[in-house]
Write a protein that binds this ligand. Structure first.
Ligand code: NAD
Length: 260
């Protein structure tokens, strides 16, 4: 049986979705969730070429290796892939350091990827969404869009910023059939979290176990990491017709972290 057989009846049949940063972690789980509902998915991100080839095969997807730090490259990518119905701005990076030592190039890169890239993809995707009278823009923010932790100045600024950006375009697009929302996960066990453990150990003088239990999970009343698949399921909900009035919102999925 062809992979495409039976997909025309599915929730997101006929919809094209670009998911940035979808070669791993949350973006990959979201791409899989949208694909499972019938969407045509366009992957983006870096990684091992064989692993990416396996992902494109798994999801009948195309993949763009565009570096989203480069606005001109984003323009090229958006022109190449053409109109999308669903835009998930998910690619992101983190760096952990006291502000006085924070490398200025890291600050610039984090703001460029976590915030400015979403501006560029959105401004380029919106005209076709408006034309179609339907669209979904979903930005992966973070619990750090609502609250802060020390040593993450650039990340927290970028994530607070993406919420402001999302609310603004939600208002601009409110009567067009296009919604814009953020999803704000708590800690999800992905390479982004794994990668910040050594720096957090150094910045706070803690062991690996102490960082996991006393810094990361200490924030989450459930004492569990959020699963990437849980975020994919929320993204699917936001793409449903029933979510047409959900716009300008920032959806926490953080084990109760920001309830405190
Ligand atoms: P991840 O490291 O597993 O995935 C990051 C993705 O972004 C990868 O596909 C990577 O290749 C891609 N990427 C990195 N730099 C890029 C660039 N310059 N251009 C294009 N793609 C690039 O991390 P993740 O945890 O899945 O993070 C995804 C998003 O979720 C990020 O925006 C992150 O801030 C957010 N988030 C993560 C957590 C968490 O606990 N993991 C919590 C809240 C929010």
């Amino acid at each position: 049986m062809l992979k495409s057989e039976g997909r025309t009846e599915q929730l997101l049949a006929g919809k094209r979705a670009l998911i940035t940063g979808s070669t791993s972690g949350i973006g990959l789980a979201t791409a899989r969730a949208l694909y499972a509902e019938g969407a045509e998915v366009i992957l983006n991100g870096f990684g091992d070429p064989d692993e990416i080839a396996a992902l494109t095969k798994e999801m009948d997807a195309v993949h763009s290796s565009t570096n989203l730090l480069d606005p001109a490259a984003i323009e090229g990518m958006m022109g190449e892939i053409g109109p999308v119905d669903i835009l998930i701005n998910n690619a992101g990076m983190q760096y952990v350091s006291p502000v006085e030592d924070f490398p200025t190039d890291k600050w610039d890169a984090i703001l460029a990827l976590n915030l400015t890239a979403a501006f560029h993809t959105s401004r380029l995707a919106v005209p076709a969404m408006k034309e179609a009278g339907w669209g979904r823009i979903i930005n992966t923010a973070s619990a750090h869009s609502l609250t802060a932790s020390p040593f993450k100045s650039a990340y927290n600024a970028s994530k607070h910023g993406i919420v402001g950006f999302t609310k603004t375009i939600a208002l601009e697009l409110a009567q067009t059939g296009v919604t814009a929302n953020c999803i704000s996960p708590g800690y999800v066990w992905t390479s982004l979290i794994e990668g910040q453990i050594p720096d957090t150990m150094a910045a706070r003088g803690l062991s690996r176990e102490e960082v996991i239990n006393d810094v990361l999970l200490a924030k989450q009343p459930t004492k569990k990491f959020v699963q990437p698949e849980e975020i994919g399921a929320l993204a699917v909900f936001l793409c449903r017709e029933e979510a047409g009035n959900v716009t300008g919102a920032n959806w926490s999925i953080d084990g109760g972290w920001t309830a405190e």
